[in-house]
Design a protein. Sequence first.
Length: 296
Amino acid sequence: MRPAENSSLFIPIILMFGLLALSSCGQKPATEERSSGPSNSFSHEVLVLADVSLKPTLEDLAARYQQETADYIRFIFAPSAAIRPDTPGDSVDVYILANSNFMFQPGDTLAADPNYRLEIAYSIPCIVVPQLNPALVSNLSDLVNPGIRLGIADPDSDILGAFALEILEKNGLLEAVEPKLIHVGPSALDLSQRIASKEMEAAIGWIVFANWAEGVNDVILLTSDEIPRIAVISAWRAAHPRDEAAAARLMTFLDNDRCAETFRHWGYMTSRADLEMYATAAQIGGDPVFPELASR
């Protein structure tokens, strides 16, 4: 993916991606495990609690990791709001979050070690429309037009919903579009699938939505000054991992070029320098700020 030549121009840029198929974009349960346990070919298991919106990328990454090591990654996937340190049954080795510490404060619970935190990649918000953009949406202002059903991820369950509300508020559109907002949950993957099914004319999503389904979602970049914040995908080692050595090996892998290559393959940015091409004044990470909705 390449940035627009000048992201500060108020020119709608619709990116048509050659996309990867994703068979797991259907309805997802609130929490799901990737598998019940390792096969006999693995000598160690590392348990990862991760945001379900990262599932396509992380499963791709795990396949690569497991080819190179004797460690099996067992995932527990959950929506952003369900990433909690009190997961029943097993203690977690590594947490992977869709935006820094959203809805999860490791320092408060001592569940994660703040000395072992990595910034893995970055998510850029954008407008997403069904393939060929039948409603001819070209910019944020078009979202207030009659007949435009606007989808956002449920802000009570997924970090993307909070980002969407902050964008709409920052650009003076939230009051106008609030009555017609369609909240989709529990995760951003569900929102992507609903757009692909043409159940709405537009949504506030991530640029990587174009990589979550083959040829069915188009992306419209926001201008640099329309983006108040960029999401930081981060990994935290647990304060008391079940297998400290296995957790350390995974954290080392997440901090190398092979991990970055996988995230770039799925459309994420992997360096702060990349972000300047999209949003020069945007805050990187942190909690989105927006007013309480009357409908919530």
